[in-house]
Ligand binder design. Structure first.
Ligand code: FAD
Length: 286
């Protein structure tokens, strides 16, 4: 498929990019790592008049920890999240999730903002953000609003971003003392999108779960928190966790060429147990 000619524009700031989006009136899109956008253009799914390159915006790649939060600029690549010592220390779940995204060639170009804005329901980083309780700063160039990750990811490839808005930065709560994390995934080959992925954060006292956060990707229209399982595992230790978790409710897996809905449903329970058990083990050691 041949891509139709388009204009290439380079933004110097988020305000600049928002103004260019406004001028484009729906026929322009932001270009970050290009790892989802360009394949969609090549496949003819998207027909655009302009691409607005945001990768040269100064100051959009901060990673810092302050006031109990990690502040991560939208242009940070998956590879940087995977390796950054501030992310590893502050919220290791995010670093672990980044490690599962595609191959290393994808991870050096793909960006955090691109993955979240694309909002693939099987993607790892939106899942990690929902489970970690992250918020996203969105800007239209003049005003900035903050949206919880759970509200931002609305459905299949659909977010609460307005047409002229950009995702500028993400704020992730730092993991507190006594908390452990777990991330488990099954895909057809390493680097493929998840058939199902599970992310867990657990606070442990005397070897038992006192608080937990659990989510799944790949089995619903968006990353899903599993409140019923979170409650069910309270008081369990690493050896009794699995007994508390029955078939996972509240998910809606689909059958496709990669797996049946039934297989994805099976994986949901297996991976939930695995992620929670790893989280408890790490919480005990913390
Ligand atoms: P782009 O492709 O540049 O943009 C994606 C979308 O986000 C576009 O609509 C764009 O306009 C918008 N956008 C980008 N940045 C912003 C911003 N700051 N504000 C507002 N809108 C913005 N992903 C996974 O999660 N897991 C995988 O296993 C995985 N495997 C992959 C395998 C292959 C072979 C390929 C090609 C991709 C894979 N990906 C996977 C996708 C990869 O993670 C992409 O990097 C990511 O989805 C998009 O990031 P990007 O920076 O490349 O964004």
């Amino acid at each position: 498929m041949f891509v139709k000619p388009f204009r290439y524009e380079r933004a110097a700031s988020f305000g600049d990019a928002a103004a260019m989006l406004r001028q484009g009136a729906g026929s322009a899109k932001v270009l970050a790592g290009g790892q989802s956008l360009l394949p969609m253009m090549n496949l003819g799914v998207l027909d655009l008049e302009a691409l607005i390159d945001v990768t040269h915006i100064a100051g959009a790649s901060e990673i810092a920890q302050r006031d109990g939060y990690l502040s991560i600029g939208a242009l940070r690549t998956h590879a940087e999240l995977e390796r950054d010592p501030i992310v590893a220390a502050g919220q290791p779940l995010v670093a672990a999730a980044a490690r599962w995204v595609g191959s290393s060639r994808i991870r050096v170009r793909g960006t955090l903002g691109g993955s979240l804005a694309h909002s693939d329901p099987a993607a790892e980083l939106p899942l990690a953000m929902v489970v970690a309780g992250a918020t996203y700063d969105l800007t239209d160039g003049t005003t900035t609003r903050t949206v919880a990750a759970t509200d931002f990811h609305e459905s299949y490839f659909t977010t609460s971003l307005a047409e002229n808005e950009l995702l500028e930065r993400v704020q992730v709560p730092v993991l507190g003392p006594g908390w452990g994390w777990g991330f488990a995934e099954v895909s057809r080959r390493r680097g493929d999108f998840a058939l199902c992925a599970a992310a867990a954060l657990v606070r442990v006292a005397d070897g038992r779960v006192v608080e937990s956060r659990l989510g799944l990707a790949g089995v619903a229209e968006r990353p899903k928190r599993l409140g019923a399982v979170e409650i069910a595992v309270e008081g369990a230790d690493a050896t009794t966790l699995a007994d508390r978790i029955g078939p996972i409710e509240g998910i809606d897996p689909v059958s496709d060429v990669s797996a049946t809905a039934e297989h994805r449903r099976h994986l949901a329970r297996v991976l939930a147990v695995r992620a929670l058990t790893d989280a408890v083990t790490r919480g005990v050691a913390a």
